[in-house]
Design a protein around this ligand. Structure first.
Ligand SMILES: Cc1cc2nc3c(=O)[nH]c(=O)nc-3n(C[C@H](O)[C@H](O)[C@H](O)COP(=O)(O)O)c2cc1C
Length: 461
């Protein structure tokens, strides 16, 4: 064991902001000084404006510094970062930063905290408690636990996960599959990527529980090809889980068998639609299949298949470990539990914010996200990607709730919120990137409420 430990995020967001350069600079500086330091490449905490955010393990706990550039490394070492030394980039306990402290991290509890490549670390942070309970409960009771939690699909449609699982469980015994939709194509979304890169064992555990629940022995993660870090992290974790007996025959010493693999996506938005995704896994062109039959009855290779989004499956270990009630106790109306909301676009404090349903869009974009990066008034938010809607300011008091969004012709979708300031050309955005509150725009049509304010300059790029 090394004398010191430093966490330098290695997920795609942190790497895009220079985390690899920072890690290399630390490595070089520690070697030169003869310091024995273990550098852990963890997932990021989801506060993008602070990345690369490094955390040093000190006698008082983990102390964060950020955003760090390679040029800061020597100064941080001189400041004594392993004693939590003072420095202009010192953030202190990152879990006390308001953006983080106000969250309810059920699904993302371990992201940024653990070493994503370490099964031991996962287990030390409550990992595999959910699977242990599912083994005790058995398949049918596990399905009912997920049903009771009120969990609804986080891929977009919000369909109750328990009902989907029940349908597959009730199909006659035989080959069944669990398919995880990791195609994550909606604008401004990154929750799937972030959890696969920062806590891949949660997805493995969620899929294993799903397999046990419905009687499936094989799982596929269909991950978009643009996510090489996520694919790598998943493959490393799958290998470790298999080696430790958490995948394969008689998982974790039980009577259940389950194994899984990652399939790289074909690079088309439509492959995120569940039936074309199944076609793509089967090696065919990603074309939508007619329904019925539902994938639950006749899915992958014609067999009963559970197809769920990454976040739906990653919510399951918490539900099993803590009980359906703990999950269902938070939320709003028929939207139970938490939603990892992704704040992106022209935003001051962008990142991942996991919170119980019911939070309003205004709280999210004005309070949590701190408004626009440019400091100009917010003109609109796109929620739910291209299938969702652009919401103008007068709809910002809508609570994050599937039904409340449906009522205003909008969609929560995968929880992506893309923020635009007053300079945006809404008609152009709507024409290129979706529909406006359920209405397709044609030509130069522009709803009156989104007309630009006086003095607005047309975006000419
Ligand atoms: C055009 C289109 C694209 C979609 N893309 C995705 C996607 O990228 N990820 C996803 O999880 N679901 C996507 N969906 C929804 C899936 O078809 C499906 O509802 C989902 O995988 C079910 O999982 P869930 O019940 O856990 O949400 C898309 C749907 C459509 C119509």
């Amino acid at each position: 064991m090394s004398a010191f430990k430093l966490y330098v995020p290695g997920d795609a967001a942190a790497v895009a902001l220079g985390a690899d350069r920072v890690a290399k600079a630390f490595e070089k500086a520690f070697a030169e000084k003869g310091m024995d330091v273990e550098i852990v490449r963890n997932g990021s905490r989801g506060m993008h404006w602070l990345e690369p955010l490094v955390e040093a393990v000190t006698p008082q706990g983990r102390v964060g510094y950020g955003p760090v550039k390679a040029k800061h490394v020597a100064g941080l070492i001189d400041a004594g970062l392993f004693e939590g030394g003072e420095h202009e980039l010192r953030l202190g306990d990152v879990e006390k930063i308001p953006f983080f402290a106000r969250q309810q991290r059920f699904t993302f509890a371990r992201v940024g905290l653990v070493d994503p490549a370490s099964l031991e670390d996962y287990v030390a942070h409550d990992g595999y408690k959910g699977l242990k309970r599912a083994v005790e409960l058995g398949g049918p009771a596990t399905v009912e636990e997920v049903f009771e939690s009120g969990l609804r699909g986080r891929g977009g449609a919000g369909f109750p996960t328990g009902i989907k699982w029940r349908t597959v469980a009730q199909c006659p015994p035989g080959q069944k599959y669990i398919v995880c939709n990791a195609d994550e194509g909606d604008s401004g979304t990154f929750a799937d990527r972030m959890i696969m890169e920062g806590d891949p064992f949660t997805l493995i555990e969620g899929m294993t529980i799903a397999g046990l629940a419905v009687g499936a022995t094989k799982g596929y993660v269909y991950c978009r090809s643009e996510y090489p870090h996520a694919i790598k992290a998943m493959n490393v974790a799958i290998k470790a889980a298999r080696k430790a007996g958490y995948l394969g025959k008689q998982i974790a010493g039980s009577d259940y068998d389950f194994d899984m693999e990652v399939r790289e996506g074909a690079g088309a938005y439509v492959c995120g639609e569940e039936t074309s995704l199944l076609e793509s896994i089967e090696g065919k062109r990603g074309l939508v299949r007619a329904k019925p039959p539902l994938p639950a009855h006749k899915g992958l290779f014609g067999k009963p298949t559970v197809i769920n989004n990454v976040i739906s499956l990653c919510s399951v270990p918490f539900i099993l470990a803590n009980g359906a009630k703990a999950y269902a106790d938070v939320g709003f109306g028929r939207s139970r539990g938490t939603m990892p909301i992704q704040l992106a676009g022209n935003v001051k404090y962008g990142g991942l914010y996991e919170i119980a349903f019911g939070v309003t869009l205004r709280e999210l974009v004005e309070d949590v996200a701190g408004g626009t990066f440019t400091g100009k008034p917010i003109r609109a938010c796109q929620v739910g990607g291209p299938l969702g809607a652009y919401l103008p300011e007068h709809q910002f008091d809508t609570p994050f709730d599937y039904e409340a969004f449906t009522k205003i012709d909008a969609l929560i979708g995968h929880g992506g919120v893309v923020i635009f300031d007053e300079d945006v050309d809404m008609a152009r955005m709507a024409l290129r990137h979706g529909v406006l509150r359920g209405r397709k725009l044609r030509g130069n049509a522009r709803p009156a409420e989104l007309d630009p304010p006086a003095g607005w300059r047309r975006w000419t790029r």
